[in-house]
Design a protein around this ligand. Structure first.
Ligand code: SF4
Ligand code: SF4
Length: 355
C-alpha cells in the first residue's frame, strides 16, 4: 500500500518540516488561500466580531526549534528550525510588557521551548514576578542531554507541565509523532512523576493534551480522562492530573496532511457543521495574548502560525517593543476559517474543551 493510501486509513505520521522541503504550504499566505478557496461559510458570518475580555494569560512562543517533527504540528517546528529563536533582547521586552499587564499566567511554548538558550532565565524571571508558569512540553525533550535535569528543576519552581501525548496507546502515538516516541514519552512521564508531578499536588500539576490521530474531532474529555488514567496507571504505573482534548487545526503540517489524504473538504465541513456558539465565551483569544519569537503579537497561537497579527484599533500590527495593553484591549480579534477548529463540538482551546 502506498504512503498516501496508508495515511487515509491510519491518519497522520511523523514527517519533516514544510520549510525544509520547500513546500508551497511553508508560506502562510498560501495556507490562508487554501482555506479561503474552500466553498464554505466565513467564520465571522457565524460568530460575528470577537473582542477581548482582558489579558489573563501571556503566552510566549520562544521559537520553532524542536527535537521532533510531528505530522499534525501547527507550528511547522523541527530540528531544522534554528533561525526562528527568541533573542535575549526580545525575552526582556516580553518581561517588560508582562509587567504592564495583570496576567497571572505565563504560557511558554515553541517548538520545544526548553531548547531556547534563554528558557531558564525566562522561567526564573516569571517565577520571581509571582506568575504561574506553564511549560508546553513534548516530553521526549526531557530525555535530551541539556534537559535531563528539568523535571526536578521545574518542580523546585512549581512550573505547571502541559504535555502532548496523542494517545495512551503506543501505536497511535508513534503514528503521529514518529517511531519510539511513545516509549520515550512514558519514560519522561515517569521522571516527572518521580519529581512529584501528577499526584494531585496543586503546585506540581501535570496535564496531558490529546489530539486525534486523524481527520476527526477530539472525543469527550471526561470519559477519555478516566480511560487514560486507568490505561496509563495499569500498563505503565504513570499518573497525571488532567487530560485535555484538542481538535487538530487545519493549518501548517496538518493542513498538508488533509490535502494529501483527500480529507480537507470533509474535515472543514465537519468543523463547520459542528459549530457550537456556546464555545465563544471561552475562546483563548478572548483572554490571551500570544507573542511570537520575533516579538510580533497575535490574538492566539494559531493566528501566530498563520501570521495574522493582532492589530490596534488604528490598524497597526502590534509588536512587543511598543506594547500598549489598554489600546490592545480595544481591538477586534482577527478571525478566519481556521477558527472553526476552536468552535467545533465541545470546543478546543489551549485549555481543552470549553463548552
Ligand atoms: S513536539 Fe510539538 S512543536 Fe514539536 S513537532 Fe511535535 S507538535 Fe510540533
Ligand atoms: S483560532 Fe484563535 S482567533 Fe480563531 S477562534 Fe481560535 S483562538 Fe480565536
Amino acid at each position: 500500500m502506498g504512503a498516501v493510501e496508508t495515511d487515509k486509513l491510519i491518519g497522520p505520521r511523523a514527517t519533516t518540516s514544510l520549510v525544509s522541503r520547500a513546500s508551497p504550504l511553508a508560506s502562510t499566505a498560501r495556507q490562508r488561500e487554501v482555506l479561503l478557496r474552500l466553498s464554505q461559510v466565513d467564520f465571522s458570518q457565524k460568530a460575528g466580531t470577537l473582542t477581548p475580555t482582558g489579558i489573563d494569560i501571556f503566552q510566549i512562543n520562544v521559537g520553532k526549534l524542536c527535537n521532533m517533527t510531528c505530522r499534525h504540528c501547527h507550528v511547522d517546528a523541527g530540528p531544522d528550525r534554528t533561525e526562528e529563536m527568541m533573542s535575549r533582547e526580545t525575552v526582556d521586552l516580553c518581561l517588560a510588557a508582562l509587567d504592564k499587564t495583570a496576567a497571572k499566567t505565563v504560557d511558554l511554548t515553541g517548538g520545544a521551548p526548553e531548547l531556547n538558550p534563554h528558557f531558564r532565565y525566562l522561567v526564573d524571571a516569571c517565577v520571581a514576578r509571582g506568575k504561574q508558569v506553564m511549560d508546553r512540553c513534548n516530553l521526549t525533550v526531557l530525555l535530551t542531554g541539556p534537559c535531563r535535569d528539568l523535571p526536578q528543576w521545574f518542580a523546585e519552581r512549581g512550573v505547571e507541565i502541559v504535555c502532548s501525548l496523542p494517545h495512551y496507546r503506543k501505536r497511535n502515538t508513534d503514528l503521529q509523532r514518529g517511531d519510539g516516541t511513545f516509549e520515550k514519552s512514558i519514560e519522561a512521564l515517569k521522571r516527572l512523576n518521580a519529581a512529584g508531578y501528577g499526584k494531585g499536588d496543586p503546585r506540581l500539576r501535570l496535564t496531558l493534551m490529546h489530539n486525534p490521530v486523524g481527520a476527526f474531532l477530539a472525543g469527550d474529555q471526561k470519559s477519555m480522562q478516566k480511560e487514560w488514567k486507568e490505561g496509563l496507571a495499569a500498563n505503565y504505573g504513570v499518573t497525571f492530573d488532567t487530560l485535555v482534548g484538542l481538535n487538530n487545526m487545519p493549518i501548517s503540517r496538518f493542513l498538508e496532511w488533509l490535502e494529501i489524504s483527500g480529507n480537507l473538504h470533509s474535515y472543514m465541513e465537519l468543523l463547520v457543521n459542528a459549530y457550537n456558539p456556546a464555545t465563544l465565551a471561552g475562546l483563548m483569544c478572548r483572554n490571551t495574548l500570544s507573542v511570537g519569537w520575533d516579538g510580533r503579537i497575535y490574538d492566539c497561537d494559531f493566528n501566530q502560525m498563520l501570521e495574522l497579527d493582532a492589530r490596534y484599533p488604528d490598524g497597526r500590527a502590534a509588536h512587543i517593543r511598543d506594547f500598549d495593553p489598554a489600546r490592545l484591549g480595544e481591538r477586534s480579534i482577527v478571525t478566519a476559517r481556521h477558527c472553526f477548529g476552536c468552535t467545533a463540538g465541545a470546543g478546543s482551546s489551549c485549555g481543552g474543551a470549553i463548552a
